[in-house]
Design a protein. Structure first.
Length: 160
C-alpha cells in the first residue's frame, strides 16, 4: 500500500472487486462493469463463496453479453448460500415449489366447489328454473370446461 504516486491516470474510483482485493483497477478490468464501487457487498459475497479467480475465469469463458446475467446469478447464489449454508438457493426453490403445489391443490379444490355449485344451479330440484324463462341471457350456468353432455358423444342412438 505505497501511495507513492498520486497519479494522473484515472480519477475513477476502483471497482468493488479491485478495492476489495486492494489492487489497481486497470481500464480493461473484467470486474469493473459488473461490480461498481457503490455495491461493495455484492463482490464480497461472490468472492467469499466462489473466489475472485474462479469468477474472473468464468467471466472470461463466456460471451460479454452474458456476463451481467452470470454475475447477477452468482451474486444471488452467493447471498443465498451465506444466509443458508446448507441449502443455499435450493432452499428458496423448494419453498416456492411447495407453495406452487399447495396453490395447485387450492385451485383444484376451488374448481371442484365451483363445479358442485354449478351442478346445483341447474339441477332439476331447483323450481325457479321452470318458470324463469329457462335462464337465458343472465349467465351461462354451463362453463366450458365441465361440459359432460352438451357436445361430444350422443349417448341415445335412438334407432331401436
Ligand atoms: Zn477493477
Amino acid at each position: 500500500m505505497a501511495s507513492s504516486s498520486s497519479s494522473s491516470s484515472y480519477s475513477n474510483p476502483p471497482c468493488a472487486a479491485c478495492k476489495f482485493l486492494r489492487r489497481k483497477c486497470l481500464s480493461g478490468c473484467i470486474f469493473a462493469p459488473y461490480f461498481p464501487p457503490e455495491e461493495p457487498t455484492k463482490f464480497a459475497n461472490v468472492h467469499k463463496i466462489f473466489g475472485a479467480s474462479n469468477v474472473s475465469k468464468l467471466l472470461n469463458e463466456i460471451l460479454p453479453h452474458q456476463r451481467e446475467d452470470a454475475v447477477n446469478s452468482l451474486a444471488y447464489e452467493a447471498e443465498a448460500r451465506l444466509k443458508d449454508p446448507v441449502y443455499g438457493c435450493v432452499g428458496a426453490i423448494s419453498v416456492l415449489q411447495r407453495q406452487v403445489l399447495q396453490l395447485q391443490k387450492e385451485l383444484d379444490a376451488t374448481n371442484a366447489d365451483l363445479m358442485r355449485y354449478t351442478n346445483n344451479e341447474i339441477s332439476p330440484y331447483n323450481p325457479r328454473r321452470m318458470g324463469y324463462g329457462s335462464g337465458v341471457g343472465s349467465y351461462n350456468p354451463n362453463p366450458g370446461y365441465s361440459v359432460p353432455y352438451s357436445y361430444g358423444e350422443n349417448p341415445g342412438h335412438g334407432s331401436n
